[in-house]
Ligand binder design. Structure first.
Ligand SMILES: *Cc1c(COP(=O)(O)O)cnc(C)c1O
Length: 393
Protein backbone atom coordinates (compact mmCIF):
# COMPACT_ATOMS: atom_id res chain seq x y z
CA UNK A 1 0.00 0.00 0.00
CA UNK A 2 1.28 3.50 -0.81
CA UNK A 3 0.99 4.80 2.75
CA UNK A 4 2.12 8.38 2.10
CA UNK A 5 -1.16 9.37 0.48
CA UNK A 6 -3.53 7.53 2.87
CA UNK A 7 -5.46 9.02 5.78
CA UNK A 8 -5.13 7.83 9.38
CA UNK A 9 -8.23 5.60 9.47
CA UNK A 10 -7.16 3.86 6.28
CA UNK A 11 -3.64 3.24 7.57
CA UNK A 12 -4.97 1.90 10.88
CA UNK A 13 -7.15 -0.52 8.92
CA UNK A 14 -4.68 -1.62 6.21
CA UNK A 15 -1.02 -0.92 7.07
CA UNK A 16 1.14 -3.96 7.77
CA UNK A 17 -1.21 -6.44 6.07
CA UNK A 18 -0.66 -8.44 2.89
CA UNK A 19 -3.53 -10.98 2.65
CA UNK A 20 -2.59 -12.25 -0.81
CA UNK A 21 0.83 -13.29 0.44
CA UNK A 22 -1.04 -15.72 2.74
CA UNK A 23 -3.95 -17.46 0.94
CA UNK A 24 -6.07 -14.28 1.14
CA UNK A 25 -6.30 -14.57 4.93
CA UNK A 26 -7.06 -11.08 6.25
CA UNK A 27 -4.78 -11.05 9.29
CA UNK A 28 -1.05 -11.90 9.25
CA UNK A 29 -0.35 -15.38 10.65
CA UNK A 30 1.44 -15.93 13.95
CA UNK A 31 4.97 -17.24 13.46
CA UNK A 32 6.57 -18.89 16.47
CA UNK A 33 10.31 -19.13 16.05
CA UNK A 34 13.67 -19.09 17.69
CA UNK A 35 15.88 -20.85 15.12
CA UNK A 36 15.77 -19.63 11.54
CA UNK A 37 17.46 -22.05 9.10
CA UNK A 38 19.69 -21.06 6.21
CA UNK A 39 20.50 -23.44 3.38
CA UNK A 40 23.95 -22.13 2.55
CA UNK A 41 26.81 -20.38 4.29
CA UNK A 42 26.26 -17.47 1.92
CA UNK A 43 22.62 -17.18 3.07
CA UNK A 44 23.65 -17.45 6.72
CA UNK A 45 26.25 -14.71 6.31
CA UNK A 46 23.78 -12.50 4.48
CA UNK A 47 21.31 -12.92 7.35
CA UNK A 48 23.99 -12.09 9.90
CA UNK A 49 24.79 -8.83 8.10
CA UNK A 50 21.12 -8.02 7.78
CA UNK A 51 19.64 -8.96 11.10
CA UNK A 52 17.22 -6.06 11.34
CA UNK A 53 16.05 -6.27 7.73
CA UNK A 54 15.11 -9.93 7.37
CA UNK A 55 14.06 -12.84 9.57
CA UNK A 56 17.29 -14.03 11.15
CA UNK A 57 16.57 -15.07 14.73
CA UNK A 58 13.41 -15.15 16.86
CA UNK A 59 14.61 -12.50 19.28
CA UNK A 60 14.85 -9.90 16.50
CA UNK A 61 11.33 -10.64 15.35
CA UNK A 62 9.33 -12.88 13.06
CA UNK A 63 7.05 -11.79 10.17
CA UNK A 64 4.33 -11.25 12.81
CA UNK A 65 6.52 -8.76 14.70
CA UNK A 66 7.49 -7.06 11.46
CA UNK A 67 3.82 -6.72 10.44
CA UNK A 68 3.05 -4.84 13.67
CA UNK A 69 6.18 -2.71 13.39
CA UNK A 70 5.45 -1.86 9.76
CA UNK A 71 1.84 -0.94 10.57
CA UNK A 72 2.67 1.38 13.46
CA UNK A 73 5.58 2.99 11.58
CA UNK A 74 3.25 3.80 8.67
CA UNK A 75 0.48 5.12 10.94
CA UNK A 76 2.83 7.34 12.94
CA UNK A 77 4.82 8.50 9.91
CA UNK A 78 8.08 6.96 11.07
CA UNK A 79 10.93 5.29 9.20
CA UNK A 80 10.75 2.08 11.28
CA UNK A 81 9.18 0.92 14.52
CA UNK A 82 10.45 -1.53 17.13
CA UNK A 83 8.11 -3.70 19.20
CA UNK A 84 8.95 -4.17 22.88
CA UNK A 85 7.77 -6.53 25.60
CA UNK A 86 6.18 -3.56 27.46
CA UNK A 87 5.62 0.16 27.12
CA UNK A 88 8.15 0.78 29.88
CA UNK A 89 10.82 -1.20 27.98
CA UNK A 90 10.27 1.02 24.92
CA UNK A 91 10.67 4.19 27.04
CA UNK A 92 13.91 2.92 28.59
CA UNK A 93 15.45 1.75 25.30
CA UNK A 94 14.63 5.06 23.60
CA UNK A 95 16.63 6.88 26.30
CA UNK A 96 19.48 4.34 26.43
CA UNK A 97 19.92 4.57 22.68
CA UNK A 98 21.35 8.06 23.02
CA UNK A 99 23.11 8.44 26.38
CA UNK A 100 26.42 7.41 27.84
CA UNK A 101 28.13 7.90 31.24
CA UNK A 102 28.67 11.59 31.96
CA UNK A 103 25.60 12.74 30.01
CA UNK A 104 22.63 14.73 31.27
CA UNK A 105 18.97 14.33 30.28
CA UNK A 106 15.95 16.59 30.76
CA UNK A 107 12.71 14.86 31.75
CA UNK A 108 9.33 16.49 32.46
CA UNK A 109 8.22 16.51 36.09
CA UNK A 110 4.91 14.95 34.99
CA UNK A 111 6.65 11.96 33.38
CA UNK A 112 5.17 8.46 33.77
CA UNK A 113 6.28 7.33 37.26
CA UNK A 114 8.34 4.26 36.28
CA UNK A 115 10.35 6.38 33.80
CA UNK A 116 11.17 8.76 36.65
CA UNK A 117 12.33 5.75 38.70
CA UNK A 118 14.44 4.54 35.75
CA UNK A 119 16.17 7.95 35.59
CA UNK A 120 16.82 8.28 39.32
CA UNK A 121 17.77 4.58 39.60
CA UNK A 122 19.29 2.91 36.55
CA UNK A 123 20.54 6.03 34.74
CA UNK A 124 21.99 7.54 37.92
CA UNK A 125 23.85 4.29 38.73
CA UNK A 126 25.47 4.34 35.30
CA UNK A 127 26.53 7.98 35.49
CA UNK A 128 23.73 9.73 33.59
CA UNK A 129 22.21 12.70 35.44
CA UNK A 130 18.58 13.80 35.13
CA UNK A 131 16.96 17.19 35.68
CA UNK A 132 13.19 17.10 36.00
CA UNK A 133 11.70 20.22 34.40
CA UNK A 134 8.38 22.02 34.64
CA UNK A 135 6.38 20.43 31.77
CA UNK A 136 4.86 23.84 30.97
CA UNK A 137 8.25 25.24 29.95
CA UNK A 138 8.33 25.86 26.21
CA UNK A 139 11.32 27.50 24.54
CA UNK A 140 12.48 28.35 28.08
CA UNK A 141 13.76 24.77 28.31
CA UNK A 142 16.98 26.07 26.70
CA UNK A 143 17.93 27.69 30.01
CA UNK A 144 18.25 24.20 31.50
CA UNK A 145 20.66 22.92 28.85
CA UNK A 146 24.09 22.00 30.20
CA UNK A 147 27.27 21.33 28.26
CA UNK A 148 26.65 17.58 28.73
CA UNK A 149 22.91 17.57 28.01
CA UNK A 150 22.22 14.89 25.39
CA UNK A 151 18.50 14.34 25.32
CA UNK A 152 15.16 16.03 26.06
CA UNK A 153 12.34 13.66 26.99
CA UNK A 154 8.71 14.75 26.61
CA UNK A 155 5.30 13.41 27.53
CA UNK A 156 2.20 15.38 26.59
CA UNK A 157 -0.18 15.51 28.31
CA UNK A 158 1.70 14.47 31.45
CA UNK A 159 0.88 11.42 33.54
CA UNK A 160 -1.69 11.93 36.35
CA UNK A 161 -1.86 15.74 35.99
CA UNK A 162 -2.25 16.16 32.20
CA UNK A 163 -0.08 19.25 31.61
CA UNK A 164 0.27 19.96 27.88
CA UNK A 165 3.76 20.60 26.51
CA UNK A 166 4.73 23.01 23.74
CA UNK A 167 6.29 20.23 21.66
CA UNK A 168 7.38 22.33 18.63
CA UNK A 169 9.03 24.96 20.87
CA UNK A 170 10.92 22.33 22.89
CA UNK A 171 11.96 20.42 19.76
CA UNK A 172 13.21 23.64 18.14
CA UNK A 173 15.28 24.52 21.22
CA UNK A 174 16.71 20.98 21.35
CA UNK A 175 17.53 20.91 17.64
CA UNK A 176 19.30 24.27 17.87
CA UNK A 177 21.71 22.59 20.30
CA UNK A 178 21.93 19.25 18.47
CA UNK A 179 20.05 17.41 21.24
CA UNK A 180 17.85 14.35 20.67
CA UNK A 181 14.16 14.32 21.61
CA UNK A 182 12.03 11.37 22.72
CA UNK A 183 8.30 11.70 23.39
CA UNK A 184 5.90 9.36 25.16
CA UNK A 185 2.75 9.61 23.01
CA UNK A 186 0.74 6.89 24.76
CA UNK A 187 -2.20 9.17 25.61
CA UNK A 188 -3.08 10.10 22.02
CA UNK A 189 -1.71 7.21 19.96
CA UNK A 190 -2.47 5.89 17.39
CA UNK A 191 -4.84 8.62 16.19
CA UNK A 192 -4.77 12.07 17.77
CA UNK A 193 -1.17 13.32 17.74
CA UNK A 194 1.75 12.78 15.33
CA UNK A 195 4.92 14.02 17.05
CA UNK A 196 7.37 12.79 14.39
CA UNK A 197 5.83 15.32 12.00
CA UNK A 198 6.89 18.02 14.49
CA UNK A 199 10.52 16.90 14.41
CA UNK A 200 10.72 14.54 17.41
CA UNK A 201 13.38 11.83 16.95
CA UNK A 202 11.63 8.93 18.69
CA UNK A 203 8.01 8.39 19.69
CA UNK A 204 7.29 5.73 22.30
CA UNK A 205 3.85 4.23 22.79
CA UNK A 206 2.63 1.91 25.51
CA UNK A 207 0.67 -0.25 23.08
CA UNK A 208 -0.66 -1.96 26.22
CA UNK A 209 -3.16 0.90 26.29
CA UNK A 210 -5.15 1.84 23.17
CA UNK A 211 -3.43 -0.23 20.49
CA UNK A 212 -4.07 -3.51 22.31
CA UNK A 213 -7.23 -1.94 23.71
CA UNK A 214 -8.56 -4.95 25.61
CA UNK A 215 -6.56 -4.99 28.89
CA UNK A 216 -4.94 -8.34 28.11
CA UNK A 217 -1.49 -7.78 26.56
CA UNK A 218 1.67 -5.87 27.52
CA UNK A 219 3.40 -4.26 24.55
CA UNK A 220 5.50 -1.21 23.74
CA UNK A 221 6.50 0.35 20.43
CA UNK A 222 9.22 2.86 19.61
CA UNK A 223 8.72 4.66 16.30
CA UNK A 224 11.94 6.07 14.89
CA UNK A 225 13.24 8.38 12.22
CA UNK A 226 15.88 7.03 9.87
CA UNK A 227 18.74 8.38 12.04
CA UNK A 228 17.27 7.27 15.34
CA UNK A 229 16.40 3.70 14.30
CA UNK A 230 19.79 2.03 14.75
CA UNK A 231 20.63 3.55 18.16
CA UNK A 232 17.25 2.49 19.62
CA UNK A 233 17.27 -0.90 17.86
CA UNK A 234 20.78 -1.52 19.24
CA UNK A 235 19.68 -0.62 22.78
CA UNK A 236 16.75 -3.04 22.41
CA UNK A 237 19.13 -5.77 21.28
CA UNK A 238 21.62 -5.09 24.06
CA UNK A 239 18.87 -5.43 26.66
CA UNK A 240 17.63 -8.70 25.14
CA UNK A 241 14.22 -7.25 24.29
CA UNK A 242 11.71 -9.47 22.54
CA UNK A 243 7.99 -8.99 21.84
CA UNK A 244 6.17 -12.34 21.76
CA UNK A 245 4.45 -13.32 18.47
CA UNK A 246 1.04 -14.02 19.99
CA UNK A 247 1.16 -10.63 21.70
CA UNK A 248 2.14 -8.92 18.43
CA UNK A 249 -0.82 -10.64 16.79
CA UNK A 250 -3.20 -9.37 19.48
CA UNK A 251 -1.73 -5.87 19.26
CA UNK A 252 -2.33 -5.91 15.50
CA UNK A 253 -5.87 -7.15 16.02
CA UNK A 254 -6.56 -4.39 18.55
CA UNK A 255 -5.00 -1.79 16.28
CA UNK A 256 -7.57 -2.36 13.51
CA UNK A 257 -10.42 -0.95 15.61
CA UNK A 258 -8.39 1.68 17.47
CA UNK A 259 -9.76 4.64 15.51
CA UNK A 260 -13.42 3.95 16.31
CA UNK A 261 -12.63 3.02 19.90
CA UNK A 262 -10.59 6.18 20.43
CA UNK A 263 -13.33 8.45 19.10
CA UNK A 264 -15.82 6.82 21.47
CA UNK A 265 -13.37 7.04 24.40
CA UNK A 266 -12.95 10.73 23.51
CA UNK A 267 -16.71 11.41 23.48
CA UNK A 268 -17.29 9.51 26.73
CA UNK A 269 -14.31 11.17 28.42
CA UNK A 270 -15.39 14.68 27.46
CA UNK A 271 -18.97 14.02 28.56
CA UNK A 272 -17.84 12.67 31.93
CA UNK A 273 -15.36 15.55 32.34
CA UNK A 274 -18.10 18.13 31.70
CA UNK A 275 -20.43 16.39 34.16
CA UNK A 276 -17.70 16.19 36.80
CA UNK A 277 -16.83 19.90 36.34
CA UNK A 278 -20.24 20.77 37.75
CA UNK A 279 -19.97 18.55 40.84
CA UNK A 280 -19.54 20.51 44.09
CA UNK A 281 -16.89 18.00 45.31
CA UNK A 282 -14.63 18.70 42.31
CA UNK A 283 -12.20 21.64 42.48
CA UNK A 284 -10.78 21.17 38.98
CA UNK A 285 -10.95 18.76 36.05
CA UNK A 286 -7.59 18.02 34.40
CA UNK A 287 -8.50 17.44 30.75
CA UNK A 288 -6.82 19.40 27.94
CA UNK A 289 -9.92 18.99 25.75
CA UNK A 290 -11.89 21.32 28.05
CA UNK A 291 -11.73 25.02 27.06
CA UNK A 292 -11.01 25.95 30.71
CA UNK A 293 -7.91 23.76 30.85
CA UNK A 294 -4.59 25.69 30.90
CA UNK A 295 -3.25 23.41 28.15
CA UNK A 296 -6.29 23.71 25.89
CA UNK A 297 -4.73 26.12 23.36
CA UNK A 298 -1.71 23.84 22.83
CA UNK A 299 -3.97 20.81 22.58
CA UNK A 300 -6.12 22.51 19.93
CA UNK A 301 -3.08 23.60 17.99
CA UNK A 302 -1.24 20.25 17.92
CA UNK A 303 -3.76 17.46 18.57
CA UNK A 304 -6.77 16.28 16.58
CA UNK A 305 -8.56 14.72 19.53
CA UNK A 306 -8.46 13.52 23.12
CA UNK A 307 -8.37 10.01 24.52
CA UNK A 308 -10.51 8.85 27.43
CA UNK A 309 -7.98 9.38 30.22
CA UNK A 310 -8.21 12.44 32.49
CA UNK A 311 -8.31 13.34 36.18
CA UNK A 312 -10.26 15.31 38.74
CA UNK A 313 -8.94 17.24 41.72
CA UNK A 314 -11.18 17.08 44.77
CA UNK A 315 -11.55 19.95 47.20
CA UNK A 316 -8.80 19.96 49.81
CA UNK A 317 -11.19 19.38 52.71
CA UNK A 318 -12.27 15.97 51.37
CA UNK A 319 -10.27 13.45 53.39
CA UNK A 320 -9.13 9.91 52.60
CA UNK A 321 -11.89 8.00 54.44
CA UNK A 322 -14.57 9.76 52.38
CA UNK A 323 -12.68 9.14 49.13
CA UNK A 324 -12.16 5.49 50.08
CA UNK A 325 -15.89 5.13 50.77
CA UNK A 326 -16.61 6.43 47.28
CA UNK A 327 -14.09 4.16 45.54
CA UNK A 328 -14.78 0.98 47.52
CA UNK A 329 -18.34 0.74 46.25
CA UNK A 330 -17.92 1.52 42.53
CA UNK A 331 -19.88 -0.91 40.38
CA UNK A 332 -18.69 -0.16 36.82
CA UNK A 333 -15.47 1.81 37.36
CA UNK A 334 -12.75 -0.73 38.13
CA UNK A 335 -9.76 0.15 40.27
CA UNK A 336 -6.35 -0.87 38.96
CA UNK A 337 -3.23 0.15 37.10
CA UNK A 338 -3.08 0.70 33.35
CA UNK A 339 -5.89 1.94 31.07
CA UNK A 340 -6.89 2.03 27.41
CA UNK A 341 -9.11 -1.05 27.49
CA UNK A 342 -12.83 -1.00 26.74
CA UNK A 343 -13.75 -0.62 30.42
CA UNK A 344 -13.97 2.37 32.73
CA UNK A 345 -11.45 2.78 35.53
CA UNK A 346 -10.95 5.05 38.50
CA UNK A 347 -7.77 5.29 40.53
CA UNK A 348 -6.48 7.43 43.40
CA UNK A 349 -3.40 9.11 41.92
CA UNK A 350 -0.67 10.66 44.04
CA UNK A 351 1.23 13.34 42.11
CA UNK A 352 2.49 14.73 45.44
CA UNK A 353 4.68 11.61 45.78
CA UNK A 354 6.31 12.09 42.38
CA UNK A 355 6.76 15.80 41.62
CA UNK A 356 10.12 17.40 42.41
CA UNK A 357 10.33 20.45 40.08
CA UNK A 358 6.77 21.68 40.71
CA UNK A 359 5.40 20.30 44.02
CA UNK A 360 1.75 19.24 43.91
CA UNK A 361 -0.14 21.29 46.48
CA UNK A 362 -3.75 20.85 45.39
CA UNK A 363 -6.32 18.38 46.73
CA UNK A 364 -6.61 14.62 46.16
CA UNK A 365 -6.47 13.48 42.54
CA UNK A 366 -8.60 10.73 41.02
CA UNK A 367 -7.63 9.49 37.56
CA UNK A 368 -10.47 8.25 35.38
CA UNK A 369 -10.52 6.22 32.20
CA UNK A 370 -13.77 6.59 30.27
CA UNK A 371 -14.69 3.21 28.86
CA UNK A 372 -17.27 2.18 26.30
CA UNK A 373 -20.20 1.52 28.67
CA UNK A 374 -23.45 3.46 28.48
CA UNK A 375 -22.80 7.05 29.56
CA UNK A 376 -25.89 7.24 31.75
CA UNK A 377 -24.85 4.09 33.61
CA UNK A 378 -21.37 5.53 34.20
CA UNK A 379 -22.78 8.81 35.51
CA UNK A 380 -25.16 6.91 37.82
CA UNK A 381 -22.17 4.93 39.19
CA UNK A 382 -20.27 8.18 39.90
CA UNK A 383 -23.37 9.79 41.39
CA UNK A 384 -23.75 6.92 43.86
CA UNK A 385 -20.04 7.20 44.62
CA UNK A 386 -20.39 10.87 45.50
CA UNK A 387 -23.35 9.97 47.73
CA UNK A 388 -21.14 7.48 49.64
CA UNK A 389 -18.43 10.18 49.82
CA UNK A 390 -20.91 12.68 51.29
CA UNK A 391 -22.20 10.15 53.83
CA UNK A 392 -18.64 9.45 55.03
CA UNK A 393 -17.58 13.11 55.44
C1 LIG B 1 1.32 2.63 30.87
C2 LIG B 1 2.28 3.65 30.41
C3 LIG B 1 3.61 3.32 30.10
C4 LIG B 1 4.16 1.94 30.32
O1 LIG B 1 3.53 0.95 29.60
P1 LIG B 1 3.54 -0.58 30.14
O2 LIG B 1 3.07 -1.33 28.95
O3 LIG B 1 2.63 -0.61 31.33
O4 LIG B 1 4.94 -0.91 30.50
C5 LIG B 1 4.43 4.31 29.63
N1 LIG B 1 3.99 5.57 29.48
C6 LIG B 1 2.74 5.93 29.77
C7 LIG B 1 2.31 7.34 29.58
C8 LIG B 1 1.84 5.00 30.26
O5 LIG B 1 0.60 5.36 30.57
Amino acid sequence: MRSKSKKADTLITHAGRDPYANFGVVNPPVYHASTILHRTVADLEKAQRNRYNQVTYGRYGTPTTFALEEAVAAIEGGHRAIAFCSGAASCYAAILGFVRAGDHVLVPDSVYGPVRAFCTGFLARFGVATTFYDPRLGAGIAELFQSNTRLVYLESPGSLTFEMQDVPAIVAAAKARGLRTVIDNTWAAPLFFKPLALGVDVEVIAATKYIVGHSDVMMGIAVCTEESFLPVRTAATEMGNHAAPDDCYLALRGLRTAAVRLRQHQAQGLALARWLEKRPEVARVLHPGLPEDPGHALWRRDFTGASGLFAIVLHRDIAKPAIDAMLDGMELFGMGASWGGFESLILPAHPERLRTAVPWTEGAVLRLHAGLEDLGDLIADLEQGFARLAAAR
